[in-house]
Design a protein around this ligand. Structure first.
Ligand SMILES: Cc1cc2nc3c(=O)[nH]c(=O)nc-3n(C[C@H](O)[C@H](O)[C@H](O)COP(=O)(O)OP(=O)(O)OC[C@H]3O[C@@H](n4cnc5c(N)ncnc54)[C@H](O)[C@@H]3O)c2cc1C
Length: 508
């Protein structure tokens, strides 16, 4: 960034970069502790009922009818411009293309909570143990409890008659093993109390949401009525009432450590097309795995940060494998109705192999006149999505100013097990299950800035502090020392809550 047309000193104790699960939870906790917080988000507010009702005016619609150009924000192919190709500054998704792996992430206030399927899941026992001093499952337990409560995870009431819910829609099918009590994860969804009860509801913070109408789209392209829990509504709107300042369409381009160990951020105001410099003694990086790794790698290369020898190690795809499975037998099930995810399933004979969910066939965001056809097509095939603890042996690095990353399924026994389970489901159900068994497409990229006290193996300590960089913290899934192997957002939120409580306890 050669020139800065405006120099601006915001009087914030802490600057938080990114407003997904990590950034929103940290910002909300720190504001509650009385600190002045500036949150920088590169995307816009999304137009949803809670955001509109709270009086936020400058919003952009969720991608519904804008076609694919409204969906894609940027593409990061292995060739072409080094910083990627930006298609639409208010777009919803980034697509990163690496060697053997593609990763998708979101842009906008609330980050990936607009795209998530709202499944809350806890990692296996011992996930946080023996990673670093001062960190273990017990330390994180109270944070999990609190964020699960705040995200309003619940089971659907019987009277709501949720279409396709795994617990009843597949009863008696011999390709699935029935789940035991408590095995279906809570969903962060405001369900109607009974079928058709669609009155607006106001929560304890005055946030207005509508219960989910199962016959409208609430999938991966967001929930305009706010029925899916999103962190902009549940954390940021209440925190703004306590003084949180959010600047949207502000993209952090570089981090520079100052001689006094404060940080200078080079920021682009995407709306005004201006460059700014913002400074703060403390910075929390919560830009999501791909963008946090990019910012650190780029800033190190530009000379703004120190060595960070552990950076880029341990990149993983959370064992993600996605297949398309046509509606079995009589075709009476409509895969496009109901919530984004219909629940967890266990494939007969492969009950312990991977974490498998059945999701709605996603209606693509096409112009209105094509919608009915697109929805009917989406209704014909369920998405089968598996997660597992892959080997997280991928790498991220900077190569002549371009971020390159690689990951291979072949190094992970968990992928072989998932593929066997998918083949079993196809064979037992008599319906093909289409998936790419060679290249990974992940919605849950993890690692690159792992937690470790060994500075050559990781980037942060057990409190989320970046080694050798006082005042710099990371609060997203880039720190995960191994894949959680289940939907990760509850763990990201719990980690962010822990990072914030360490900052409140220990100072910057
Ligand atoms: C289709 C799909 C379904 C999913 N379903 C589930 C689910 O059911 N359960 C679950 O647990 N997880 C789910 N996930 C995953 C979940 O969305 C992510 O794990 C989660 O959003 C990551 O949280 P985060 O805070 O690390 O990053 P994000 O939520 O990605 O937030 C990062 C934010 O930082 C902003 N940002 C990035 N770079 C910059 C910059 N340079 N300057 C300023 N701002 C920046 C981004 O715009 C973004 O808003 C799903 C993901 C997808 C794609």
């Amino acid at each position: 960034m050669a020139e800065h047309s405006q120099k601006l000193q915001d009087d914030a104790d802490v600057i938080v970069i990114g407003s997904g699960f990590g950034g929103s939870v940290v910002a909300s906790r720190l504001v509650e502790a009385g600190m002045s917080i500036l949150l920088l988000e590169r995307g816009p507010w999304r137009d949803t009922v809670p955001v509109r009702e709270a009086g936020v005016r400058d919003t952009r619609p969720l991608p519904r009818s804008g076609g694919m150009m409204g969906v894609l924000r940027s593409l990061h192919p292995p060739v072409g411009p080094k910083r990627g190709i930006r298609l639409n500054k208010s777009g919803f998704l980034d697509l990163w293309i690496g060697q053997g792996v593609k990763a998708v992430c979101t842009s906008g206030v609330g980050g990936g909570s607009h795209i998530w399927a709202a499944m809350l899941e806890w990692p296996g026992k011992g996930f946080w143990n023996e990673r670093a001093d001062g960190l273990d499952d017990d330390v994180l337990a109270s944070h999990y409890d609190r964020v699960a409560r705040e995200l309003k995870g619940t089971q659907p009431p019987d009277a709501a008659s949720v279409p396709n819910h795994t617990d009843h829609a597949w009863e008696g099918e011999d390709y699935f093993t029935p789940l035991g009590a408590g095995e279906q994860p809570p969903m962060a969804i405001l369900y109607p109390e009974k079928e058709g009860a669609l009155e607006p509801q106001t929560d304890e913070h005055g946030i207005v949401r509508m219960p989910m109408d199962f016959h409208k789209d609430h999938g991966m392209f967001g929930s305009p009525d706010g029925s899916k829990s999103t962190v902009d509504a549940l954390y940021l709107l209440p925190a703004m009432k306590k003084g949180l300042v959010i600047r949207t369409m502000h993209e952090v381009r570089e981090i520079v450590r100052q001689p006094d160990n404060s940080y200078r951020l080079l920021v682009r105001d995407l709306e005004k097309q201006q460059d700014l410099i913002l400074s703060a003694p403390t910075v929390v990086l919560a830009a999501g795995t791909m963008n946090t790794n990019y910012l650190l790698l780029h800033s190190r290369q530009a000379g703004g940060l120190g060595e960070l020898p552990g950076l880029g190690k341990g990149f993983g795809a959370n064992g993600d494998l996605i297949g398309s499975w046509p509606v079995p037998e009589d075709g009476s099930r409509d895969a496009a109705s109901g919530p984004p995810v219909h629940g967890r399933v266990k494939i007969k004979g492969h009950e312990d192999s991977s974490y498998v969910i059945l999701a709605a066939g996603e209606t693509p965001p096409v112009p209105g006149f094509m919608y009915a056809r697109a929805r009917a097509k989406a209704g014909q095939a369920f998405d089968v999505v598996a997660m597992s603890q892959d080997a997280a042996d991928g790498h991220i690095r900077m190569d002549k100013g371009r971020m390159k990353f690689s990951f291979s399924m072949s190094g992970s026994p968990s992928y072989a097990a998932t593929i066997r389970a998918f083949e079993a489901l196809a064979s037992l159900s008599g319906c093909p299950l289409r998936f790419d068994g060679r290249n990974v497409f992940t919605a849950h990229p993890l690692g690159g800035c792992r937690i470790s006290d060994d500075t050559t193996a990781g980037v942060v300590n057990g409190a989320g502090r970046v080694h050798g960089h006082p005042g710099l913290h990371i609060a997203d899934a880039s720190v995960f020392p191994q894949p959680v192997g289940v939907p990760p957002s509850l763990s990201i939120a719990a980690w962010a809550s822990h990072v914030a409580s360490c900052m409140i306890r220990d100072g910057r």
